[in-house]
Design a protein. Structure first.
Length: 372
């Protein structure tokens, strides 16, 4: 006997068109929004291969590295920190706070990928604090500088409220930024916190994108809905939203195309996806997160501006912070666009992603000392 979700009753085995095996993990679709939700739900699901399941098991049983997340973050920001530390230490050796001091500090911050606008704001706050507290010595300015940046980068519980609501998360970003691995890591985190998670593989234009995401879905132990190569991405979102609603999914994670033919097409496609998600999964919060490669520095800021121009980003995910990360770019993005950094990744393993914490970030950037 099989279970017919249309009528909520058991049906004879010969009614095979209404069958979805609970043991299978991913479903491939390529439907248009004109197809009914019931048709979508009755499509057969493609099982993951034994090889994929073995890889997933190995990934999940592998122990986390002895070195803590903060230590890896600090290690990844060595390049930024070394550039800052030597220059700042020399700058703060002198006593007198004058215009030369502010000019030298400005140059140091800009050269650390913090950016001109963010640097100007940081210096303005520092000047105000120096004047307000009647500070006369440069050495006392360092803590004030660090505290100012920490306050600027701080996130609140409200920034992560979507984690507790029914949510559709559209994950955007250019190819190569780490979008696919990030979605897998988020799925793993949410599932481990007791959330029902579904992944939608709507990046149907990039070759093998669906296969790569299916591997990560298997690692995370969550279901995935995918589309045929070249299929309408919004049709995948349509299918996934219906499945999410029917199964009372908590988090629907949607991979999206990193690039379309032009900016206008990208804007139209992202807007269409968001509209479909809201319509077909009523009551769900829609979150739009941009994945950025932290090693690209000012190029990451340019990407953030471009994507924010075509869609209203709600957060940033910084990846590859375990390599030659240019950490100052996080400050530049937050300052210039007012978009909070919400997650930070320090490696390729499934557990190598955490909520952004301003205190840990600033310590890794300026001090590199693990507080454990």
């Amino acid at each position: 006997m099989f279970w017919n979700r249309k009528k909520n009753q058991e049906v004879p085995e010969e009614d095979t068109e209404a069958v979805v095996s609970p043991e299978q993990e991913t479903v491939e679709t390529g439907t248009t929004a004109k197809e009914s939700a019931e048709d979508v739900l009755e499509k057969p699901i493609e099982a993951a291969s034994e090889e994929t399941n073995e890889d997933a098991a190995a990934e999940l049983t592998e122990e986390a590295p002895r070195q803590g997340f903060f230590a890896r973050l600090a290690g990844g920001m060595t390049k930024t920190r070394d550039k800052l530390a030597g220059n700042l230490n020399n700058l703060f050796k002198e006593n007198e706070i004058d215009e030369d001091f502010y000019e030298e500090l400005e140059e140091i911050l800009v050269m650390s990928d913090i950016g001109i606008k963010a640097t100007e704001e940081i210096l303005e706050r520092l000047r105000e604090n120096v004047k307000k507290n009647h500070v006369k010595e440069r050495s006392l300015c360092k803590d004030m500088l660090i505290e100012s940046i920490r306050d600027q980068m701080a996130t609140s519980d409200a920034d992560f409220s979507f984690e507790e609501d029914k949510s559709v998360i559209l994950v955007v970003g250019v190819n190569g930024a780490g979008k696919t691995t990030t979605i897998g890591k988020l799925a793993y985190q949410f599932k481990n916190r007791g959330k029902k998670v579904l992944i939608a593989a709507a990046d149907t234009f990039r070759a093998a994108a669906g296969d790569q995401l299916a591997t990560w879905a298997a690692r995370a132990g969550v279901e995935m809905i995918g589309g045929k190569d070249g299929a309408d991405p919004s049709s995948v979102i349509f299918d996934a939203a219906h499945r999410a609603q029917s199964r009372n999914i908590d988090i629907l994670l949607c991979d999206t195309a990193g690039r379309l033919q032009n900016k206008k097409n990208l804007m139209a496609e992202l807007h269409k996806m968001g509209t479909i998600a809201q319509k077909e999964y009523p009551g769900a919060h829609v979150e739009i997160l941009l994945v950025l490669d932290s090693t690209t520095g000012q190029n990451a800021l340019s990407q953030a501006k471009e994507f924010n121009d075509v869609t209203e980003l709600t957060g940033i995910i910084l990846t590859k912070m375990d390599g030659t990360a240019k950490g100052g770019i996080a400050i530049a993005i937050q300052s210039e666009l007012g978009i909070p950094v919400k997650y930070i990744g320090v490696g390729e393993k499934i557990y190598d992603l955490q909520r952004f914490d301003a205190d840990s970030f600033v310590r890794a950037m300026f001090e590199g000392e693990e507080a454990e």
